[in-house]
Design a binder for this molecule. Sequence first.
Ligand SMILES: [Zn+2]
Length: 175
Amino acid sequence: MGKVNIGLRGWRFEEDEVFDENGRVRPIGTMPEDTKLKILRLAERLGDPCDGCWLEYGREDPGRCRQGEIIYGDPGAEVLLCRHHEPDFLYWFREAGGKNLAGDDEFAERFHDWFVEGGGAPESYEGIDHVDEDPDNVPTVPDQDEALPGLEEELEEFDEEDLSDLDIDLGDLDR
Ligand SMILES: [Zn+2]
């Protein structure tokens, strides 16, 4: 057992904190607090468009947005990115002050502001090695059931009041 990505790149989880020996999601209430928050947030964001795409053309042409593949930041202030926008985020994080905002509630907001104001990685900026430049390669992001089998049942068991404490919108999870 070790650290794994679930559904998206970026956040990593202790596999045995999240899944039981049959590969199904454990009861949510038994997860450590930070794992629980991340899992619920992850489930909510799976399938959402990339923040960068959304800011760039989501309003005029939502169909052009790519699905987010990579998630960074803390739950609630997370940034969701496609591979084309990941270098912009990494540049902001490393070179434009983003790092200093790690853990801040406004982390995502500040990145969005910077991006909307024309921020972006220089043409030559190297993101990370795995960035795939093949434009025809359309990534598939698993849906909630595929990435987190059994989560839906666990959510039904989980006290709704606890969920509202966590500011999780169940309606959004039901899609
Ligand atoms: Zn994008």
